[in-house]
Design a protein around this ligand. Structure first.
Ligand code: NAD
Ligand code: 89Y
Length: 345
């Protein structure tokens, strides 16, 4: 079968993980890379063996025969680049957050819907090894129907060193990191009908909020709590581990520090390690996220080959994005908010 021809756009900090992961997937050929900074594009071309380097995405899409693009720029450019790809009839993977506003996100999803092309949002947290283990335990019925979850990510890790733009965003932790936790929440607990949220700005260097605490009611009747912080002076600092607890009618499970998964199932207790693998190109503490990039990209290739949407399609990711927006609305109004619904247009 012919390889899927890829053009990657945006050769910055996180794209290195994409590029390493694509290199491990034999079904994909890296035809071209693109960055508005020609030095970055050329460096990526050399290091990852791309056919050509571009500094203009429109030129790359015009001159190359591509099956899909991987858009790994920051969110402000996603709509422009995604619409360009959709107009060219090319499928796309787009990094999270899909765009800075609901309007931009729905415009992207609509563009791919109208073009009849696939869109996957690069939402990797649900593909982390420990989260996959939690998903499997729930799917196997080990704890029965869940009625409560708590998902927590609290750290003081200096994320601004590698991603300085984060400190300048009007809306920070919910849109950058909370979005991943809300995606995990949907996967584990199902869709949400109402949201209450409080935000805080603890670090005065930040423009946006760096702590958020939210409460959810699900369609199933379950209730959940999601809390995230980049202002936690804690020891040990577990960045970038997501800790969680889910309680069900037959038992409970807890994902503890250092990837220990403890399950209580019908009175029996078991505990095991669900630590992510270290890949030849990954390094602690990022290794869990790096492996999840590979898992997400493998999932995309599998979906493309099978002719079906990825789990984190545009339609799916808008449900996660709607939770982020509902959290901000709730924090602003101090009220309970129902998440928006997207209807393809
Ligand atoms: P970055 O600023 O390091 O890299 C972005 C790159 O895109 C830069 O090299 C820039 O020159 C280039 N660029 C900008 N506009 C362009 C255009 N029009 N055409 C071509 N290139 C262009 O940013 P980053 O920290 O790598 O973040 C990129 C994305 O990855 C963000 O959306 C961020 O939220 C996401 N991210 C995701 C994870 C995750 O776990 N999923 C982790 C970190 C970052
Ligand atoms: O950008 C963020 C992400 O998606 O995962 C962690 C991160 O790099 C910093 O919050």
């Amino acid at each position: 079968m012919a390889k899927l021809r890829l053009g990657l756009i945006g050769c910055g900090f996180f794209a290195r993980n994409h590029l390493h992961a694509w290199r491990m997937i034999p079904e994909v050929e890296l035809v071209a890379v693109c960055d508005i900074d020609p030095d970055k594009a050329e460096a990526a071309r050399i290091e990852f063996g791309a056919g050509k380097a571009y500094s203009d995405a429109a030129a790359m899409l015009r001159d190359e025969r591509l099956d899909f693009v991987d858009i790994a720029t920051t969110m402000g450019t996603h709509r422009m680049l995604a619409e360009l790809a959709a107009r060219r009839g090319v499928h796309a993977v787009v990094q999270k957050p899909l765009a800075p506003s609901w309007e931009d996100c729905t415009a992207i999803a609509d563009a791919f819907h109208r073009a009849g092309r696939r869109l996957m949002v690069h939402e990797n947290f649900r593909f982390q090894t420990p989260i996959l283990a939690v998903r499997a335990a729930i799917a196997e019925g080990r704890i029965g129907k869940p009625h409560f979850a708590q998902i927590s990510f609290r750290s003081g890790f200096d994320v601004y060193a590698a991603q300085p733009y984060l400190a300048k965003e009007d809306r920070f932790i919910l849109l950058d990191l909370g979005i991943h936790l809300l995606d995990i929440l949907r996967v584990l607990m199902g869709e949400v009908v109402s949201v209450q949220c409080q935000t805080q700005r603890v670090n005065p260097r930040m423009v946006g909020e760096d702590v958020a605490t939210a409460l959810f009611r699900h369609e199933s009747g379950a209730v959940s709590v999601v809390d995230c912080s980049y202002a936690s002076k804690v020891e040990p600092d577990l960045f970038p581990q997501t800790l969680l607890k889910v309680e069900g009618e037959k038992g409970s499970l807890e994902l503890h520090a250092d990837y220990r998964l403890r399950i209580v199932s019908e009175g029996k207790v078991s505990e095991c390690s669900v630590e992510p693998n270290l890949l030849p190109w990954s390094a602690k503490p990022w290794h869990g996220l790096q492996e999840s990039v590979l898992n997400a990209q493998l999932h995309w290739v599998e979906a493309m080959r099978a002719g079906r949407d990825a789990e984190t399609s545009g339609a799916d990711n808008l449900k996660t994005y709607a939770l982020v927006m509902a959290c901000y609305d709730s924090a602003r109004s101090n009220a309970m908010v129902k998440p928006k619904v997207w209807l393809p247009g």
